[in-house]
Design a protein around this ligand. Sequence first.
Ligand code: NAD
Length: 255
Amino acid sequence: MKPLNIFITGGASGIGLGIAESLAAEGHHIIVADINLDAAQSAADKISDQGGSAQAIEVNVCDAKRVGELASELKDTPVDVLVNNAGIQHVSKIEDFPPEKWQQLINIMLVGPALLTQAFLPGMRERDFGRIVNVGSIHSVIASPYKSAYVAAKHGLLGFAKTIALETGDCNVTINTLCPAYVKTPLVEKQIAAQAKENNMSEEDVVNKIMLEPMPKKSFISVEELADTAKFLISPSARNITGQTMILDGGWTAR
Ligand code: NAD
């Protein structure tokens, strides 16, 4: 497979960084895009130290003006693959959920992917190649209490992907969504602490009795599993897989 230019939002940490490292090891060029430029630069340096090719770029995915500048800024590195991964979590019952937090989650995880797709799709069409891989969640297909904004944003992302799949049926562009259950990243570490407080439980009980309890395999999903699924989705063999939801959930939704 020829080397591709791969733009990964939230690429400085967790799942985004794991996918970045894994795709860089395949010879692709990675654009690590993150709201935290220092962290993005460290991630790009780490990939370069490992023998890969990467650059860092500062982007707040909710900032329409900034996102609108990206395609021309990257005209010498046209984006072949967009990974919409940036995300945050906020855990609270709806009665106490700060309205600005609700809005922020929707902006980062639903509006952001739409803005980035708008930015890069014209170039993908022109070159008749593009792959968009969204990072959704098990919470794209089921709900958990106290996560109303997150669950709404992640469910919305599936509707967005299906719509864009219909709009790109006429060219070699696909859009799909990875939906993992829990992955041990900084986002989940913070959530374990927040859930313990909200439910008045120990952190160990949150992991065993809440997070892993509904999953037959009782296991966190690894970043490598997600990276390998992304690798398949950008490969020529997946050219007719579009608008789909790839659920990596240890059997959770088989119940
Ligand atoms: P993380 O906190 O480790 O990394 C998230 C990254 O996104 C950070 O580098 C952060 O700086 C960046 N970011 C946050 N807001 C941004 C913005 N406005 N613009 C640009 N970058 C921004 O989190 P993670 O666990 O790796 O999560 C990555 C994605 O995976 C998220 O969409 C999350 O919802 C999803 N996900 C995570 C899990 C899990 O268990 N960790 C499970 C399912 C889905």
